[in-house]
Ligand binder design. Structure first.
Ligand code: B12
Length: 260
């Protein structure tokens, strides 16, 4: 990774001098070369994220209904949101942008931490119900979907698992915060057609990179794919799924079916 940073400098990148100064500071603070380089990349990456845009409905309706724990209001907001179109239309067009807006309201102090937990738990239940109601594809290729140790932002990968199941893949959803050894055991015992993880925040990058290394060593033939805002910070052999859940699920489903 230090080479990635140095080669930018050779290419005459304007920020290279600042990057090398930051790198030197971190090395001086006792970080290893790889860890220092990762931190520099993470700091730069933070400014590049484009928030998802709502193409359907009101992306503020979800968090507003959570203020004051309005249980019925939240149910109505979710009913209304999911009635805006098909599951495929609603996920990228309303749900994920609404979660982003919820984060903004939380940052502005308009939504409390407990209210945010209340809303995201309700979204989780809704997605989990849709997942359980979608018919399981028993003879289809199996793909494991879950998060790295310590990573608990599940809603993106769960929405993706539903989409994969609807695309005719046998998506097995492991959930958030899956221990490293359990991931390794799962992929060596079950040899899935693919593994999907997400890198939702900066803090998940180190654990995801460790997970990728462990899975690659344990089962080099199993394709690893990733979504989430920080997916670009994984090793290049991990296929990036991009930031739209539905087109990515369709692409992955096509790819795993083509291999069977
Ligand atoms: C809901 C939520 C939670 C819930 C999660 C519940 C659950 N079961 O998932 C709870 C309450 C648990 C939570 C906890 C925390 N959270 Co939180 N959370 C959020 C919130 C509001 C929504 C998260 C979400 O689902 N976003 C939608 C996702 C899915 O967006 P995304 O990851 O950017 O991904 C995009 C795409 O890549 C695509 N996508 C996502 N996943 C996938 C997967 C595939 C396969 C594909 C193809 C695409 C794809 O969809 C998105 C749309 O573009 C965000 C706000 C936000 N801006 O997202 C904060 C946010 C992510 N949380 C934040 C923080 C700080 C935390 C905590 C550290 C708080 C704390 N002090 O405890 C903990 C950390 C928990 C952990 N260990 O992981 C920060 C992260 C800042 C950062 N460092 O990057 C955010 C951004 C809020 C903020 N503005 O400060 N959180």
């Amino acid at each position: 990774m230090t080479t990635e940073i140095a080669s930018d400098e050779m290419a005459g990148d304007g920020g290279a001098e600042r990057r090398l100064t930051d790198l030197a500071t971190l090395l001086h603070q006792g970080f290893s070369a790889d860890e220092a380089a990762l931190r520099v990349l993470l700091d730069e990456h933070a400014g590049e994220l484009a928030p998802p845009t709502a193409t359907l409905g009101d992306p503020d309706a979800l968090w507003r209904a959570a203020v004051g724990f309005d249980v019925d209001g939240l149910t109505r907001a979710l009913d209304k949101g999911f009635a805006l179109g098909t599951y495929a239309e609603v996920v990228d067009g309303w749900l994920l942008p609404s979660l982003h807006h919820m984060g903004l309201a939380w940052e502005r102090g308009e939504l409390g931490v407990a209210e945010e937990h209340f809303a995201s738990a309700s979204v989780h239940r809704r997605l989990a119900t849709i997942f359980d109601q979608a018919p399981r594809q028993l003879h289809a290729p199996r793909v494991l979907v879950g998060l790295a140790p310590g990573s608990r932002h599940e809603l993106g990968v769960l929405a993706f698992a539903v989409a994969l199941r609807e695309e005719g893949v046998d998506a097995v959803y492991l959930g958030g915060d899956v221990p490293l050894q359990s991931w390794v055991d799962s992929i060596t015992r079950h040899t899935p057609a693919g593994v999907v993880i997400a890198v939702p925040t900066k803090e998940d990058v180190v654990a995801c990179r460790r997970l990728v290394t462990a899975l690659t060593q344990a089962a080099p033939g199993v394709p690893l794919v990733a979504g989430g805002s920080y997916q670009d910070l994984l090793d290049p052999h991990v296929t990036r799924l991009g930031h739209s859940v539905i087109p990515a699920a369709a692409r992955l489903a096509g790819a795993v079916r083509a291999k069977v």
